[in-house]
Design a protein around this ligand. Structure first.
Ligand SMILES: [Zn+2]
Length: 484
């Protein structure tokens, strides 16, 4: 791959919620002629694996910082910090968060203090993306209208109108002088949730994105920038259609683990919390971790303690009833020895990591279905060995999500066809993401750069793009690597 190209501009188009398989079919059947002609035919079209949880917000972090959501300590679109949370919940209480509403404005503040793409290019423009760290307010072209149009579209379902604004803003930005333009198209995700991943409305959004890419490239040709503009089109997560909603909080309630969950955050005497993302995954938090004794300094500060080990949760009787839930792929937690335990109805496994190499051992049936134990695989080899499987990159992804203290005691992943939220979701979701499975983890990558490898994580794109612009980052500061 050429590394001495003199790029002068970078355009990143994120088609929120586009699954690799759907995008690939549309490239093949000629529905996306501009993306094919102007981007893929001058570079590549690849299948990339996103970060777990495969959900808007956390899955943006790899693109912009080169970090996984776990080490970045933003492990879900909703999370709870056992360290900071106070129960009963009070308005503006710290330690519990959902980026779905007003708190989307806090997303960038919750990220670790490391540079983003917005810090590393200048000038920059941002359209609709909620990760705005490093983007000056004047460069954030939708900062005033996004809350209004998103709220309007959420209740009216008029997402084509919202998407059309993204197209207009993108064309305007490309006519300007920004070195880096980031544009998120929201319609595929929202229309897929409303019906299914190939709904006619979602297809209209794909066609509009493609038309806009054509216009963008004509503007670049007219200005003489075309050959020197790196264009990357990708998605933050895939999606699969949903037939069954699992009512996780009700299950926990009935098991005696009275459960806090959005929007019921004021429940008293809660003993567990479910923070769902996408809605194919959930973090479960249990009261009673080590270190909570003596910390109850007032009636408002009932400590939730530290992370409860998988072994202790098993002894507390919390694991077995979860495994019986139809549609739940697996539960994962942290072992007393520091490893990550994964269990389903038929088997149990442990992922360990020593000196940056990963090992995997299972007992009974392999819960991740790899059918092999692994010893001391590099992160790269762990990706390659598990790429074309039901749980792509499962070893590293399950390891990374537990590297932050906002991660649940348990992480649950649903099977395709199921999600983990049966109530309080308006409008009802008919398609799902968030889980670790192939349908929701594989995303399309179209880029006018000849990348050779077939094994790509979205976290690799940050260092890859920066190296193209001659701005390499220290490998020790990120989780990705430069793609060749
Ligand atoms: Zn979504």
């Amino acid at each position: 791959m050429s590394t001495n190209h003199s790029w002068t501009r970078f355009i990143f188009i994120l088609v929120d919620g586009s699954p690799y398989q759907v995008f690939n079919d549309l490239v093949q059947d000629g529905t996306l002629p501009n993306i094919k002609k102007y981007v893929i035919d001058r570079g590549v079209f690849k299948k990339a694996v996103t970060a777990f949880p495969s959900t808007t917000g956390p899955a943006f972090i790899p693109f912009f910082t080169g970090r996984f959501p776990g080490p970045a300590n933003v492990p879900g679109i909703r999370w709870l910090s056992k360290k900071e949370f106070q129960n009963p919940y009070r308005f503006r209480s710290p330690g519990i968060c959902s980026y779905m509403g007003r708190e989307a404005l806090s997303f960038s503040a919750h990220l670790p203090d490391s540079p983003t793409l917005f810090d590393l290019f200048s000038p920059v423009n941002n359209i609709y993306n909620l990760l705005t760290r490093g983007c000056p307010p004047s460069g954030n072209l939708t900062r005033w209208i996004k809350p209004l149009v998103y709220t309007y579209a959420h209740f009216s379902e008029r997402w084509k109108f919202v998407n059309a604004i993204a197209s207009r803003k993108l064309l305007k930005a490309v006519k300007g002088n920004a070195e880096f333009v980031m544009c998120l198209f929201p319609g595929v995700d929202t229309f897929s949730h409303l019906s299914h991943t190939r709904s006619p409305d979602a297809m209209d959004i794909y066609r509009e994105v493609d038309r806009t890419v054509g216009e963008v490239c004509q503007i670049l040709q007219a200005s003489g920038d075309f050959d020197n503009t790196l264009i990357m089109i990708a998605s933050d997560h895939g999606m699969s259609n949903t037939h069954t909603h699992i009512d996780l909080p009700s299950r926990l309630d009935s098991l005696g683990w009275r459960c806090l969950h959005y929007p019921l955050l004021w429940r008293r005497h809660a003993r567990s919390a479910s923070m769902v993302s996408g809605n194919g995954m959930a973090h479960l938090y249990f009261k009673g971790g080590e270190g909570d004794k003596g910390k109850s300094t007032s009636k408002h500060q009932e400590g939730w303690g530290g992370r409860v080990s998988f072994e202790k949760l098993s002894r507390m009787g919390a694991i077995e009833p979860l495994l019986e839930i139809e549609g739940l792929a697996f539960v994962a937690g942290q072992s007393e020895d520091g490893g990550i335990v994964v269990q389903d109805r038929n088997g149990i496994a442990e992922i360990t990591c020593e000196t940056e190499t990963f090992s995997y051992q299972f007992h009974g049936a392999d819960p991740l279905g790899y059918g092999a134990s692994y010893q001391n695989l590099s992160s790269r080899d762990a990706l390659i060995q598990t790429y074309d499987s039901k749980y792509p990159d499962g070893l590293v992804q399950l390891w990374q999500i537990f590297q932050g203290d906002r991660t649940g005691d348990l992480v649950l992943s649903a099977d395709p066809g199921y999600d983990l939220r049966a109530r309080y979701e308006y409008p009802e979701h008919h398609a799902t993401h968030g889980a670790l499975n192939a349908e929701q983890m594989f995303v399309p990558l179209a880029i006018n750069l000849p990348i050779e490898t077939e094994f790509i994580r979205t976290v690799d794109l940050f260092p890859t793009v920066l190296s193209q612009f001659g701005r390499p980052v220290e490998p020790a500061q990120i989780d990705g690597r430069v793609l060749r």
